[in-house]
Design a protein around this ligand. Sequence first.
Ligand SMILES: *Cc1c(COP(=O)(O)O)cnc(C)c1O
Length: 499
Amino acid sequence: MKYESTRGGTTPVSSAEAIKMGIAPDGGLFVPVEEVKLAQGQLADMREMSYQERAQSILSLFLTDFSAAEIVSCVGGAYTRDKFDNPRIAPLVKLRDKLHILELWHGPTGAFKDMALQILPHLLTTSVRKTGEEAEIVILVATSGDTGKAALEGFRDVPGTRIIVFYPDEGVSQIQERQMITQEGANVQVVAVKGNFDDAQNGVKAIFGDTGFGEELAHHGMKLSSANSINWGRLVPQIIYYISAYLDLWQAGEIGEGEPVNVVVPTGNFGNILAAFYAREMGLPIKTLICAANTNNVLTDFINSGIYDRNRDFHKTISPSMDILISSNLERLLYEITDHDAEQVRDWMYQLQQSGHYQVDDVTRTRIQEVFWSDFATDEETMTTIRTVYQEYGYLLDTHTAVGTNVYEKYVKAIGDPTITVVASTASPFKFASSVAQAVLGDEVVGEKDEYSLLRLLSEVSNLAVPQGLRNLDTRPIRHTHKTDRHQMAAVVKELLGI
Ligand SMILES: *Cc1c(COP(=O)(O)O)cnc(C)c1O
């Protein structure tokens, strides 16, 4: 399988090249040249398999230039009991009849980003080796909070790599920030950027687009790559858990062979839901993809109207990992939905860059609406959902997953669709402890307590252990204190790399 750019400006490359580069040289994103389909009977064959074996089968469909031994080694290095605190890696929990929660946060940092970022360093270093690359790989990451920590954990002390993470100084939670600035490892750097996530992401994109900068790095034996979900190596591992969840439902007798399910995804950069879209394209019986947004509902408006407009107020919400107005991976969807019309995609992306706005044609809009349904939840609705789900089922939702669950309720009300549904649960409730505690315990109990006390309190009340990666955060030494203006990011990178 070869990979081409969504903007049509590159000759197709191998998956190893696509993963190594991260973003295509013409500014587009790499996508498979041809459709990847599940073989006849392949779902049935994977039914009895472990998560790791399913991962191997699925990855080998996309990474055709990797040997079987390389894939086994990448999977084996990532999804271990050492790193994941649940033997099933991505377990499904039945909340009630027809509603299942897919817990994607059992990795080291408590968010779903670990599902991809535990394996990406293995995929990337294998890609580097396979392509005969000798340069040191410099990973630049812009994070809305969770990617940064997961990437730092994934890449820390990986030979031949260095990683620099940029996060918006006021756009992440106290726990998210503390997780990052206490990061250990000899090859890691963390920098706060004055601004919001889009500022940090645009800054990183600008560095990638600066050929002079790339040449200067090359001169010093270094090469940039990305661990953001624009990298195909981030996206492809996310396809695995949707297929695995379907197989678990089938295996448990919750669905019959070939029975369709709906999938709800709390969405920000559109990476996670795009992976579900690819699973559907492969032939996984998914009926509707429900795109759940918070009050930064640019995607909801887009799916419902065909108009993408980022010219609007930016809201800081209690689901900060979804506080995004430019969803990078939408570009891949547009490319797939228009049957690979690179010229059209390039034009829309140009309009987005120039005016912050574009409108797709009716055919494209209709095609998107055949697959996607979208709505959003306010902070207040999100809090109510956390509270009622806890009261009714004794189950703790994090703020992002609560957005998903709330939007699912709206979907059922609007459409009345009885299809069995899986909600992607994107973070441990402990990662957003103060909002979750406030929702289930009330303002009075929460009072002036800091996030760390609330984390412990939540653990006592719920009888759940605090995940390893979130324990003792307040007593770990702070190792990173850099802060920069968004226009100075390139200079900061040079300084940190010592060039
Ligand atoms: C990253 C993240 C999201 C959004 O995922 P995208 O792939 O960017 O759409 C949602 N919830 C949590 C907890 C996240 O960390």
